[in-house]
Write a protein that binds this ligand. Structure first.
Ligand code: CA
Length: 233
């Protein structure tokens, strides 16, 4: 995904740019509001600092919203309730106050993007639903059906599956999945990710539903219909 990073502080921009790149995003950074306005149409999502040298960030936010509806998170040192309310009212999808925890911000980005829907992802009921083979994953409704029959997954199993399903074209690193689902506790959860993936494969009876990318992570797979063997690779 293409991130538009509007941030005039070089150190902050570098830290954010590195974290985003590690999660597979391409990043375009601007330190000035008017430059960001010119390039916002390229963005799949936007991170916006409010303290900018050439225009107040809230004013920029309002102008961005007239030309672009990409998911947008304000990342700012302004922490007064009034600021947060104004930011959300002006069209921000989320609001993160500096200093912040990087994993938390990355998780919020994923959440906002899932909630606002990628271009391909919106169903008529307003929630995205993803189909692969004979498996249907209702992300908003937190339900999975295989060949029309509902399969019960644990909360974490569903979190992992819906995370993969939200962006089926992307391979997700173990660190990204762990950071997203387990947050700061992910160092201790590393092996349980494999356990959860095994659970998804076994319960759906679709071993190919989650594809292992060895030495890296996982991706949503395309299980052949009638793939009844559970627990395979
Ligand atoms: Ca600033």
């Amino acid at each position: 995904m293409h991130a538009l990073l509007v941030e005039d502080d070089d150190r902050m921009a570098h830290a954010l740019g590195t974290a985003l790149a590690q999660r597979g995003h391409t990043v375009r950074r601007f330190g000035r509001a008017l430059d960001a306005l010119r390039h916002v149409n390229e963005a799949d999502f936007v991170l916006l600092d409010l303290g900018l040298p050439d225009l107040d960030g809230l004013e920029l936010l309002r102008r961005l919203r007239t030309v672009c509806d990409a998911p947008l998170i304000v990342v700012t040192a302004r922490c007064e309730e009034r600021d947060i309310v104004q930011g959300l009212r002006a069209g921000a999808d989320d609001y993160v106050v500096k200093p912040f925890r990087m994993n938390e911000l990355m998780a919020r980005i994923d959440t906002v993007r899932r909630r606002t829907g990628t271009p391909a992802g919106r169903a008529d009921d307003g929630g995205p639903s993803v189909r692969t083979g004979d498996v249907e994953i209702d992300i908003a409704g937190r339900a999975v059906t295989v060949a029309g029959a509902e399969v019960r997954l644990t909360r974490r199993e569903f979190d992992v599956l819906s995370f993969l399903a939200a962006r089926p074209d992307e391979v997700h690193s173990r660190e990204e999945i762990l950071g997203r689902i387990w947050g700061d506790a992910f160092l201790t959860a590393s092996r349980s990710l494999d356990v959860h993936v095994a659970g998804i494969r076994a319960k759906t009876g679709r071993a190919g539903l989650v594809r292992t990318v060895h030495g890296f992570g996982y991706q949503l797979g395309s299980p052949p219909v009638g793939d009844e063997r559970a627990g395979g690779r």
